[in-house]
Design a protein around this ligand. Structure first.
Ligand code: NAP
Length: 583
């Protein structure tokens, strides 16, 4: 029986490289790879060897006949992708891992600093360790590793977090040194990193949130998704009291996977979350909270929703939570006439309900999808906290903009913005002037992340990324590379794509770095590895190394074991440092 890839697919293509018959697509060198929600197995070509299932880091691949319940949908989903992509997927030119015998021309090994310890950093280190004799220094501003894997991936997605296990092997490699609780730009500068390494790779993600730029945006009770997600993931810069769940209705602006994560966490039965690594403070707040209803606000139509299919299907299946669509003639028409396999077809069969300013929160728990509704103002109640969100009804604005709507951000190229005549609301939308205010005691603005400048590096303001070409940091004024400086992940591509997308991204950056090393274009570091360690100790006496990190890991797992959970996260910097000292 053929295998199928299911909802947890991380897209990192570990399965592609082990498939002996090349039946998993799109591969990293096929154009659809950059935009696909997930990878698919061709059931006709699959020889049932199971190599892909063994290699899958998130346990997402199963024989089709072993799929049960909602997962049975993934057999046809895999099969149908090949119906829509009928190329014969010929083998490409063979490629072989590269190896550099030593460093960049000088005596010692290639020495690379990686700033960040999230997925893009992990894949970069993995690639360098696997294909070169490089020595690596990893640096993170937090006293714990993981980036978005620890502080972004939702706690009920434990299988995705399993990628962290493959990075743990990388982090424990004897050629890698870890300096955590050290901030580049504050504790050490780019110039200092460059003076002690042949190359510096920035894997710093996109730490800020995009702004709506509407009145009331910063009222108490209006939070960016970055804060909300960090809060439930025990990120130590977000205090336990940062989120209040005393309202019955929460409005979430945006329809990306982060908005879906937030809606799911808010309405999942806390007893089900209690077996995860959710922050203790978040679990307590959810248990004691009053939230019954989440309204997801989309400024465009169902065909332009940003969620991926697997994440949306999971929302449809959330136990004890009703999923409904605001009844609007245009939205109803789009869903009812949606072509099979289209984005809007995912909503087929959901109940339509009237939902305006006078709507009372439902008796049970429910999620309302309200399309064609652009937020124009957040309004305050008598206590000065947010009490509602005013939305303006939108309608298609043919011939306007780029097909994704004003401010849509970096193009995803996923077809969400492609106009399809007769398909109802498509691409650009314009306000109709029709406004109403929906009551909501908490508003979460989930409209995407934004990169922040890295001190000492050129920044591309328009893309909100480090200015680069193929991973080489460049000076935008001259187009010339900044020697020895590289970028990877969301800081390079902008904030889109799941965890696994970083693998191909890291490979591109490492290729550029190794090309430069091979061309003797990297400067010999003036200081040694030991000099750098001395510098860090001077600047940051409470820097955290691998030994302390292991102690934190042990402490969190021990607390988790006692409660039947994978771990109980330590949620503050002092707690993390104290656990590290108890090694
Ligand atoms: P996203 O996918 O870019 O979605 C942003 C959403 O915000 C879109 O619905 C967008 O609508 C809306 N938006 C933007 N500006 C707006 C405005 N001014 N007013 C109203 N709405 C606005 O961002 P994300 O959800 O933060 O996700 C980031 C990336 O992480 C994505 O690639 C996502 O798939 C990935 N991720 C994956 C998972 C997972 O696989 N489980 C989980 C979390 C995140 P328009 O389309 O109209 O611009």
């Amino acid at each position: 029986m053929a295998y199928a890839i299911t909802r947890n697919c991380c897209n990192d293509a570990s399965c592609v490289s082990v498939c002996p018959v090349n039946c998993i697509h799109p591969t990293p060198d096929e154009p659809e790879f950059g935009t696909t929600d997930m990878l698919y197995i061709d059931p006709v070509a699959c020889i049932d060897c199971g190599a892909c299932a063994d290699a899958c880091p998130v346990d997402a691949i199963f024989p089709v006949d072993r799929l049960r319940g909602p997962d049975t949908a993934f057999g046809p989903i895999n099969r149908d992708w090949f119906r829509d992509h009928p190329s014969d997927h010929a083998w490409g030119a063979p490629s072989f891992p590269r190896s550099l015998p030593g460093g960049a021309g000088d005596a010692g090994p290639l020495r690379v600093a990686i700033v960040g310890t999230g997925p893009s950093a992990g894949y970069t280190a993995q690639e360098l360790l696997r294909s070169t004799g490089a020595e690596i220094t990893m640096i993170d501003r937090l006293p714990v590793t993981g980036g978005l894997l620890r502080h972004g991936v939702a706690p009920d997605h434990q299988s995705t977090k399993r990628i962290a296990e493959s990075f743990a092997n990388v982090f424990h490699d004897p050629r890698l040194r870890m300096h955590l609780n050290v901030e580049v730009g504050t504790d050490v500068t780019h110039e200092e990193l460059a003076a002690h390494h042949h190359a510096v790779v920035y894997a710093v993600g996109a730490a800020a949130d995009r702004r709506l730029d509407i009145p009331g945006e910063d009222l108490p009770g209006s939070l960016p998704a970055t804060t909300f997600v960090r809060w439930y993931n025990a990120e130590p810069t977000v205090p336990a009291g940062a989120v209040r769940l005393d309202a019955e209705r929460v409005a979430v602006i945006g329809t990306g996977n982060v908005a879906v994560d937030i809606a799911r966490i808010l309405l999942t039965d806390p007893d089900r979350l209690a077996g995860t690594d959710i922050a203790d403070h978040a679990l307590a707040a959810l248990r004691g909270g009053r939230v019954r209803e989440v309204v997801l606000l989309a400024r465009r139509g169902p065909e332009q929703a940003a969620w991926t299919r697997a994440e949306f299907l999971a929302l449809r299946e959330l136990p004890g939570v009703e999923l409904v669509v605001e009844d609007h003639p245009r939205v109803r028409a789009v869903i009812e006439s949606a072509a099979p396999g289209s984005r809007a077809a995912l909503l087929a069969g959901l109940p339509f309900v009237p939902y305006g300013a006078d709507a009372e929160p439902a008796a049970g728990r429910r999620i309302v999808l309200r399309f064609l509704s652009a937020p124009v103002e957040l309004v305050a109640g008598a206590d000065g906290r947010v009490a509602g969100v005013t939305v303006e009804r939108t309608a298609p604005a043919d011939g306007v903009g780029d097909g994704r709507g004003e401010g849509a951000g970096e193009g995803t190229g996923d077809g969400r913005g492609e106009a399809a005549p007769g398909d109802g609301p498509v691409g650009p939308v314009a306000g109709t002037g029709e406004r109403e205010t929906l009551a909501a005691g908490l508003v979460v603005r989930s409209i995407g992340h934004r990169g922040v400048p890295v001190p000492g590096l050129p920044f591309d303001e328009a893309a909100a990324t480090v200015a680069h070409e193929g991973g080489r940091v460049v000076d935008p004024a001259t187009g010339r590379p900044l020697p020895g400086a590289y970028v990877v992940g969301w800081a390079k591509r902008g904030p889109s794509g799941g965890i696994g997308a970083n693998r191909a991204c890291a490979r591109e950056t490492v290729d550029a770095l190794l090309d430069d090393a091979g061309a003797r274009a990297l400067s010999t570091p003036a200081g040694s590895r030991r000099d750098f360690e001395k510098l860090v100790r001077t600047r940051r006496p409470d820097a955290v190394g691998l030994r302390e990190l292991r102690a934190v890991e042990r402490a969190e797992r021990a607390r988790g074991e006692a409660e039947g959970r994978p771990r109980v996260k330590l949620a503050t910097v002092p707690e993390l440092l104290a656990a590290g000292r108890r090694r």
